[in-house]
Design a protein. Structure first.
Length: 639
């Protein structure tokens, strides 16, 4: 056995033992889904808005926010996020002021200097940031509001129908439409005045006619023309307005999960609570009370601090970790895998959700992302669960065969007309919505086919479902994916950072679908990866890549991105190359070092370019274990 093989064996065993001790009795692995400080801050603002005096909770959330501040006073989403993120810093500042810190506090003084150096609160870019600030009376509502509730009444066939937006856009737009049209604010006595964040003590005008919620001035103003014309109709029936508001209210109430949250997401649940208040709900109404408790239940303990996750990743982590452990040699009969199986089987969806409206013969069978998710299945979680529940020696077929069949049927029913796969719903890819004059519209409004999702689906279908290019739907997906390769040989990943993630998913998916390793597209991808390998053998990409839409090196190596790159190279090389061995050695060293360094804590999960990134605490175990297991099984004891 070579020294490198021993190093890989040691790192693999270390990860396996750690994971076996981390599993909960219910079969889950519960790692933190860390998404900056935004949800911590919003919960503080909501508790103050509702006069809920949970000072212990508020203090713990505030302590975490303070601990994330940079020396110059700013808050960042990631290590190389310029000199700071203005919207995140304003959110942190507002939350800390509402938590009780005085404006004279040194942390807030430094934050205020940073905010004013960027032009003040007027220059925040995040649409959600502006909306929350408007609700608490610290930012003006625009008139007219860019998304009138009447748009919810348009038929599904209409080009600007509400239902042509992605599902994650809709659950934010419905409460936003209520809040915007009501120009709702809640500002209990004693809450701070944040006009200190305006340069030279400027004051907002009473109605803020000139304010906007994210217009991109480089684009056409056709959307503003449409909504302005709608508002200016001389005899717009008030009954139509009431009907629209009622529709938006019903849309939210029908999508509340068992824990009280809307769609299992914290971000839209905050908006829902405020929207219900705008409709006249009492602060103590059971729906609001349950929503607040649901938000609190999303908190996780992370490194001695309390953090509110936007949506816990329990199903995702459990499925991926079970699969990785099985790839590393843990048999399906092992108690840890049996427990994970039982949990995953219990979380397969059994009822129709919004996805079913665009499927000819809908049959539930997908999996969602979080523990409480019962109505929002997605393609990536479903294929992850199916990998974990695959046919294996020692695993009985009773109960599994039907679950796999329903899951496979559901995945195939979600394939887009263009051949690729989306995350949540079919054919949410309107170019009209992509051109909305709102910053970030393409990422937020659409759920189009993605290279990472299509590649991951092909990897499952080819490797674990035994389906190849003799199937027309596989051929269409392969052709779609090959047509989306960048000129440099990479693929853009929508849900991970970013070109390394997309290239890994695409190459492993194409290889599983039977595309030969010597095909030019795969060889070009290999050359691209070889060209970006760091001197230490690892790989690292900046979160800035997803906003710039081009590869930007991080200047350091992260465990998850190194694992993705290593796994990509393993998929196309029958024998280990120098690049593969260097990456394997580097990855094993990262496993040995643990999570102490900043690259190990760098967020490699993506959501909204520029405004939302995720550090999956599970990723430093999942992907290194998977890549090292593949190295060991393919190359044996060769150097």
């Amino acid at each position: 056995m070579s020294s490198l093989h021993r190093i890989v064996e040691t790192a693999t065993d270390r990860l396996m033992q750690m994971l076996l001790t981390r599993q909960s009795q219910d079969g889950t692995w519960r790692f933190c889904f860390e998404n900056g400080i935004v949800t911590d801050g919003y919960l503080i603002l909501l508790l103050r808005s509702l006069n809920i005096k949970d000072e212990y909770l508020i203090r713990r959330l505030a302590n975490r926010i303070v601990s994330k501040q940079e020396a110059d006073g700013a808050w960042k989403w990631f290590h190389d996020d310029g000199d700071g993120h203005l919207s995140a810093t304003v959110e942190a500042y507002a939350a800390l002021r509402y938590a009780g810190l005085p404006a004279s506090d040194e942390a807030l003084r430094r934050a205020r200097r940073f905010i004013l150096s960027k032009g003040g609160v007027r220059n925040v870019s995040g649409v959600l940031t502006k909306m929350i600030l408007a609700v608490i009376g610290q930012y003006p509502w625009p008139r007219p509001f860019p998304f009138p509730p009447e748009l919810l009444l348009l038929p599904r066939s209409f080009p600007l129908s509400f239902y042509r937006f992605s599902n994650y856009a809709r659950v934010h737009l419905a409460p936003a439409a209520i809040l915007g049209v009501r120009q709702f604010t809640v500002k209990p006595a004693g809450t701070p005045d944040l006009s200190e964040l305006l340069p030279a003590r400027e004051r907002w005008s009473a109605h803020a006619e000139g304010s906007d919620f994210g217009e991109d001035r480089r684009l056409s103003g056709w959307w503003n023309d449409i909504q302005r014309a709608l508002h200016q109709l001389p005899y717009l029936p008030q009954e139509l307005r009431r009907l629209a508001l009622r529709h938006a209210e019903r849309y939210m109430l029908e999508r509340i999960e068992p824990n009280g949250t809307l769609y299992s997401y914290a971000s839209c649940t905050f908006l829902m609570v405020y929207a219900l208040l705008a409709l006249g709900y009492d602060k103590r109404h059971p729906v609001i009370t349950q929503a607040v408790q649901g938000l609190i239940s999303l908190a996780c303990e992370s490194e001695g601090q309390l953090h509110v996750q936007n949506s816990p990743s329990t199903v995702w982590d459990t499925a991926l970790l079970s699969h990785a452990l099985q790839e590393a040699g843990l048999p399906a009969s092992h108690p840890a895998i049996r427990r994970a199986d039982a949990y995953l089987l219990s979380r397969q969806h059994t009822k129709l959700g919004d996805w079913s409206a665009d499927v000819a013969n809908p049959v539930p069978g997908g999996w969602g992302f979080s523990d409480v998710n019962t109505i929002v299945p997605d393609v990536d979680d479903t294929t992850a669960a199916l990998r974990a529940l695959r046919r294996s020696p020692g695993r009985p077929e009773a109960g599994y065969r039907e679950a796999r069949s329903r899951g496979l049927h559901w995945v195939l029913s979600l394939q887009n007309d263009d051949g690729g796969w989306p995350a949540f719903e079919r054919n949410k890819n309107s170019p009209l919505l992509a051109a909305l004059p709102v910053d970030g519209a393409e990422a937020a409004a659409l759920d189009a086919s993605a290279a990472d999702l299509t590649g991951r689906t092909l990897e499952y279908l080819g490797t674990w479902a035994g389906l190849g290019q003799e199937q027309p739907f596989i051929r269409r997906a392969v052709q779609w994916l090959l047509g989306r390769q960048e000129r440099n040989g990479s693929w853009y990943g929508r849900w991970g950072i970013c070109y390394i993630y997309g290239t890994w998913a695409a190459v492993t998916g194409l290889a599983a679908a039977g595309v030969p390793p010597d095909q030019p597209e795969l060889q070009q991808a290999v050359r691209w990866l070889a060209g970006i390998q760091n001197p230490d053998g690892g790989f690292g990409e900046s979160c800035r890549s997803d906003r710039a839409k081009l590869y930007i090196p991080l200047g350091a190596s992260t465990p998850s991105q190194t694992a993705w790159a290593l796994d990509t190279l393993i998929a196309v090389h029958p024998a280990p190359t120098d690049a593969i061995n260097r990456a394997a050695r580097a990855l094993a060293g990262m496993v040995e070092a643990g999570d102490a360094s900043w690259p190990a804590k760098y967020p490699t999960g993506a959501a909204l370019p520029g405004d939302f990134y995720v550090r999956y605490h599970s990723y430093n175990a999942i992907w290194p274990l998977l890549a090292l297991a593949h190295y060991r099984s393919k190359y044996g004891s060769r150097p």
